[in-house]
Design a protein around this ligand. Sequence first.
Ligand code: UDX
Length: 430
Amino acid sequence: MKLTIIGTGYVGLTTGTCFAEVGHHVTCVDNDPKKVALLQSGGIPIYEPGLEELIRKNVAAGRLSFTTSTVEGVAKSDVIFIAVPTPPLDDGGVDMSFIEKVAREIAGAVTSYKIIVDKSTVPVKTGEKVAETIRRYCRAGVEFDVVSNPEFLREGFAVEDLMKPDRVVVGVTSQRPVAAMRELYAPFQAPIMITDINSAELIKHASNSFLALKISYINAVSVICEASGADVQEVANGMGMDVRIGRRFLDASLGFGGSCFPKDLSAFIQIAQQLGYDFALLKDVQRINEQQMERFVKKISDTLWVLKGKQIGVLGLAFKQNTDDVRMSPAIELCQRLQREGAVLRVYDPQAMEKARAVLKDVTYVEDMNEVATGCDALVIATEWPQFKKLDLERARKGMTHPIMFDGRNLFDPREMERLGFIYKSIGRR
Ligand code: UDX
C-alpha cells in the first residue's frame, strides 16, 4: 500500500520505516528542510537502535522517501498519518497547534478520498476536531475518513515495539477505512482492535497513565521498604509473579521522565477536569514522582552533608536506557538540583552527551565511563544503561576520595558493593 507520514520525530520516522520494512511504499514529510536533507543523504537525527540500518535498506529498496511537501505527500498516498508533536502547555494542557496546522494543510491538498490517521498522542475528542477542520478547509465534495491509531512504542525499543506490537488500536467513525487499516497492519500479525475514535484516543492516555501509576506505586512501596528493612526488588518480583499484576514497570527508580509520561499524565488530569472529574489518583502519581526525586537528592545531601564544592560523578543523562533523549530526564533534573546546591559534576552518558550539552552547562563531560569517578566524593547512577553494570568498580573505588555510590536505578547488588568497600545507597533496599 502507499502511505504518507507527516512528521519525522521518534514516532513518525520509526513508524514510516517499519511500514516500509514490511513492504508498503512510504513517503515521510517534514517541514524542517535540514532534517529532510539529512534523511535523504542517509543520516538520521535521533539515536534509536536498529533504525538507521532499516532506513538505509528501505530507501535503497525504493520503499521509503522523504520530502518537505505535504501536497506531494498527500497526492502520493491514500492513507495519510499525522505524527506531529503535541507538546505540553504551561497549564498542563496540550499544544494542538501542530495538529491543527497539518489538518488544514491536508485539507488544502486532498482531491480524492483519503484516510487521515492520527498517530500523535492527543486528548480525547481530537479526532472530531480534526474531521471538522478538514471538512471546513477542503474543497467541496471531497470525501475522507479520520481514524485514530495511537502509538505505543517505547523509545530505545521502538523498532521492536513496532515490528511486534502487543495490539493495534484503530478508532473509526465509519466502516469505510477499516479494510485498508487491516491491510496496512496485516504483515505485523498483531491483534487489531477496531473501536470508536474517542475510545481509541482514551486508550493511549489511560495506558500511559496506568504505566506511570505502576512506577509511582512501586516507588511508594520503596519508601516503606527502606523504612522497614525490606527489599523492593524482592517485593516487585513477588508481586510480578501474579499474572494479574506482572513484573514489568515495577522497577523502583529516582522517578519516571521522558517526553510521554509526564506530559500525558498532566494532559489526562486536565482532560478529566474539563469533563467534570477530579482525577486525584493521577495527581498522586505525579506527587510521588516528584517526591522520589526529592528523597534521592536528600539521601545524597544527608550523606555528604554540605554539597557545595563536592565533586560528584553522574552516570547517565538520558531519561532512560537505549536513547539519546534528554527531554524531562530525571538524570538531568538531578544534575541541575545538585548544581544548585553547589556540587561540581563530572558526567557521562553512552549516547545523550551531545543533546545534554544544550541543557546542562558548567559540568565536565567525560568520554570514558570508567574515568567519571576519578577525584569524586560520590558517584551517582542516574540512568539504567545496562553497560553501567560493567563499570570497573575497583578502579572507581580507588579513584574516589571516598567510595560512596548512590544508585538511582538499583543496578548493583548491595551486598557485593559492601564487600567491594563501597558505602552504597540505592532505592528501597538496605
Ligand atoms: C512510554 C510508553 O512505555 C510507550 O508505550 C508510549 O508509547 C510512550 O511512552 P517511553 O517514554 O519511551 O515510552 O519510555 P518507557 O520505557 O515507558 O519509560 C518511561 C520512564 O519510566 C523512564 O524514565 C524510565 O526510566 C521509567 N521507568 C520505567 C521506571 O522508572 N521504572 C520502570 O519500571 C519502568
